[in-house]
Ligand binder design. Structure first.
Ligand SMILES: Cc1cc2nc3c(=O)[nH]c(=O)nc-3n(C[C@H](O)[C@H](O)[C@H](O)COP(=O)(O)O)c2cc1C
Length: 369
């Protein structure tokens, strides 16, 4: 099936405008996952034959590989993601207010490098509408955890950012299993400033307070809260963020978002402004994962994302400290067969390694103090 994607679907998608191709793929997935027969077909084609279970954040995952934020900004294809065998999905970025995002075109592909450049700017229907959509999805039994990526509305000043994030968290709380506070998208002016000092701790505190209130109101436990960071931080900046996160008892880190760096400034896609992801991001994101694991002594679970295109890339992230993994560009260039390739490949690598379990392999190439 990977070959069908490589030789037929990928060339077809490559000649279309990137955002339109994305929209068509999402629509196709929605249609195919809307009836039991085609869902069965999707599962047969794409779901990994064996699991690779892992428990993190109080949640059981069938395997560690999921979909990164940005793919399903409107929570449109929830059933699709589970039908193609993902371990979890992350919807959003969702902001308190509905917004259009930046003018189009705003998403570009570099096929040769398997890279994407985007400046979407949090185009999304806003948390009120997304909450309604999630409520409707309650009529079927969800099979995989659904995470939400929280962004800040463009109109909200940085000083009020904490209320923007916390409002979205409150609206979505009942239908989401885990929240990612995204302070690292490069396409909302000033957003990355929220990674630092007082801003960051006030956002975490406000989200935690809202989390507790919702848990009290609806019953049950608070939901795990993670922070997603940028790959363009220096190591001292990263350490300051980790100090704040550890002091605030955050549950984990997602590393990383897209980068402002480019492999060169000649190729057409790289001349576009925005964040770059895919293969050129892989090494930098792994460096940050390694540093986080070392700095926190392996105490803070890391979700590794950036340039995962194969089971080799996935394994690299795992031995450097990631316990869960996500991809965006990998699905664009390798298609929906990527999950099977990664889960089967990582299982094989584990079998051929000296590690008895996935847990043992996580962070195994990091020398701790
Ligand atoms: C078109 C596009 C939109 C994205 N939107 C978001 C977003 O809303 N929130 C977020 O945290 N990350 C967003 N990302 C970043 C991805 O979640 C991921 O961190 C990044 O692409 C690196 O992974 P990859 O190399 O597998 O693509 C987006 C990426 C792309 C390509």
């Amino acid at each position: 099936m990977g070959r069908v994607f490589r030789f037929i679907s990928r060339p077809l998608l490559a000649v279309q405008d990137s955002e339109k191709a994305h929209g068509r793929s999402l629509l196709m997935l929605r249609i195919l996952s809307s009836n039991p027969f085609t869902r069965f077909m999707l599962r047969t084609l794409y779901k990994p034959t064996h699991n690779l279970p892992i428990h993190r954040f109080g949640i059981d995952f069938e395997h560690p590989f999921g979909m990164a934020a940005g793919m399903d900004k409107r929570a449109e294809a929830l059933r699709g993601w589970e039908s193609i065998g993902l371990g979890f999905s992350e919807i959003g970025g969702i902001t308190m207010l509905e917004q259009e995002g930046n003018p189009k075109p705003r998403m570009f592909r570099h096929g040769g490098d398997r890279a994407l450049v985007n400046r979407m700017g949090f185009n999304n229907p806003g948390s009120e509408k997304v909450a309604l959509r999630l409520k409707k999805s309650r009529k079927y039994n969800r099979k995989i955890p659904v995470w939400a990526n929280l962004g800040k509305s463009k109109l909200t000043p940085l000083s009020e950012a904490k209320d923007d994030y916390a409002t979205t968290l409150r609206r979505l709380w009942c239908d989401i299993d885990l929240f990612v506070i995204n302070v690292s998208s490069p396409n909302t002016p000033g957003l990355r400033d929220l990674q630092h000092g007082d801003y960051l701790s006030s956002i975490i505190q406000e989200c935690m307070a809202e989390n507790l209130k919702s848990a009290d109101m609806y019953g049950g436990k608070t939901k795990p809260l993670l922070i997603k960071i940028a790959p363009d931080l220096s190591m001292p900046e990263l350490e300051l963020i980790l100090d704040v996160a550890l002091a605030a008892n955050i549950d984990g880190i997602v590393a990383t978002n897209t980068t402002l760096q480019r492999p060169n400034d000649e190729d057409k896609a790289y001349k576009e402004s925005g964040g770059c992801s895919g293969t050129p991001l892989g090494e930098r994101s792994t460096e940050l994962i390694h540093h986080i694991f070392k700095y926190t002594n392996g105490s803070l679970p890391i979700v590794g994302v950036g340039g995962i295109m194969s089971s080799d890339d996935a394994w690299e992230k795992i031995i450097n400290g990631a316990s869960l993994l996500q991809a965006y560009a990998g699905f664009v260039f390798e298609g929906p067969g990527l999950t099977k390739e990664i889960v089967n490949g990582v299982r094989r690598k584990l079998r051929d390694s000296k590690y008895a379990s996935l847990e043992e392999a996580i962070g195994s190439s990091v020398v701790l103090n």
